[in-house]
Design a protein around this ligand. Structure first.
Ligand SMILES: N=CN[C@@H](CCC(=O)O)C(=O)O
Ligand SMILES: [Zn+2]
Length: 436
């Protein structure tokens, strides 16, 4: 017993110059004009309870009078600073061994992503190293990467398997993700991506059969036993990888197991992924550099989110995805870092900056895309993605008088993010923040 009196609430963040709620009416996603005018409180405060949930957010005066006499475990004075929701990274491949810095040099010299892949590099290179890595080594690497993401403001991160391509290693990767849930603070949405590539020595048909009759049944069993929690199913639907029919069969089987469909489509070639996603009731499709007008319309109607990945287009010098056309059509646009050995980026502030500059998104659109819409793409917008009472108390405090500095200062988030808070606990405190 500490002898200390129990406090009424876990955290009080007071007097922030701005608090960006993102939305305030329980919206599950934002589209079109809704992404342009985010809910912002000038001079506000936030209270988070012992259950880690947001209890109140409002003007500093109203919170002050509402909580008069209440006690708090921690009080942070955010005068001159801005509060934003914890960022959501909707697409990452963070479990792997063996970097690919040598391939970056090849790509800079002109090799395409598929040329490297077909020559046995790319995903195949990472598969070789990941298969032989111990779970301990993979967990250590994953924890380090999640730590970097956290320090850049991400508090909910989607994490894929997909560097095993056979049962044993896919389960090893998912178990490592499961272990990370218990050993570090970032909330994880986990994705089975056994169809990330056709493994060497198998045809696409054989790989599809292996997934349907070996990997998915074993996965179902592990989930039923309570050994694993898996949220989403993913396939790399691409010419030379998994075609539309195989993709459909795998995604359907995953959906039948209760997984959310969230897959890679239309990255290098138009594959009619938008239409396929709409047909299957997919929650999200990532990449979409080559999506067609029809695909865009189908996604808007089906409310299938587009998870756009500006780092990939930037690094591979691809035509960037048509974010403006998707936004104008009313598609729910989200963003992800696509962290993987090809696109080594852990920072959603940098992703937002790239989205604004190379994909012509506005800053409010980019922030909506990494908060409420990214949460929607993971079926988490009831708990994440905005600062509304009842949601998880995840937030960032940045040392700047306007929230847009988080996007404007390219690569400057290390100097800007003062606190990262998850469930009302300070999980990262940066003493060395600079003046903006
Ligand atoms: N395109 C497919 N998958 C990843 C890349 C994975 C890798 O190259 O290791 C992506 O989303 O960019
Ligand atoms: Zn990916």
């Amino acid at each position: 017993m500490s002898g200390k009196m129990a406090k009424d609430f876990r955290l009080f963040v007071k007097n922030a110059k701005q608090i960006v709620l993102v939305c305030k009416n329980g919206e599950k996603f934002l589209t079109k004009d809704g992404m342009q005018s985010l809910a912002v409180i000038e001079n506000g405060s936030v209270v988070i309870g012992h259950d880690g949930l947001l209890k109140a957010v409002g003007s500093a005066d109203s919170i002050e009078s509402q909580f008069k006499g209440a006690s708090f475990e921690k009080v942070l004075d955010a005068s001159g600073m801005c509060v934003l929701p914890g960022l959501v990274d909707a697409h990452t491949h963070p479990v792997w061994a063996g970097d690919r810095v040598h391939e970056f040099a090849m790509k800079l010299a002109g090799a395409s992503y598929m040329e490297v892949h077909e020559a046995g590099g790319g995903i195949h290179f990472t598969v070789g190293h990941t298969r032989s890595a111990s779970p301990e080594k993979l967990l250590e690497a994953l924890q380090g990467r999640l730590g970097r993401m956290l320090r850049a403001g991400s508090t909910l991160v989607e994490c894929k398997s997909g560097y095993g391509l056979e049962l044993e290693t896919e389960l090893k990767m998912l178990s490592v993700i499961q272990a990370a849930r218990a050993t570090q603070p970032v909330t994880i949405s986990s994705t089975y991506c056994g169809a990330h590539a056709v493994p060497k020595g198998k045809t696409m048909e054989e790989a599809t059969e292996d997934i349907l009759s070996v990997q998915l049944p074993a996965l179902r069993e592990e989930v039923a036993k309570g050994n694993l929690q898996v949220d989403n199913i993913d396939v790399f639907c691409e010419k030379g990888v998994f075609d539309v029919d195989s993709t459909r069969r795998i995604l359907k089987a995953g959906k039948d197991m209760g997984l959310n469909i969230n897959f890679h489509g239309d990255e290098l070639h138009p594959m009619n992924s938008g239409q396929l996603g709409a047909e299957l009731g997919a929650l999200a499709i990532s990449h979409l550099e080559e999506v067609t007008d029809e695909g865009i319309r189908a996604m808007a109607t089906a409310k299938t989110a587009a998870v756009l990945l500006p780092t990939t287009a930037y690094i591979l010098r691809l035509r960037p995805p048509r974010a403006r056309d998707m936004l104008d059509a009313g598609v729910i646009v989200a963003l992800g870092s696509d962290f993987n050995p090809n696109a080594y980026c852990c920072s959603m502030p940098m992703v937002m900056h790239l989205a604004c500059v190379i994909m012509h998104m506005s800053m409010p659109e980019a922030l909506a895309a990494v908060t409420i819409n990214a949460a929607y793409s993971l079926n988490r917008s009831h708990t994440h993605g905005s600062l509304e009472p009842g949601k998880q108390g995840d937030l960032l405090i940045i040392n700047a008088p306007r929230w847009e500095h988080l996007i404007y200062q390219f690569g400057g988030h290390q100097e800007l993010i003062r606190f990262v808070i998850i469930k009302g606990s300070v999980v990262y405190e940066n003493e060395s923040v600079m003046d903006y």
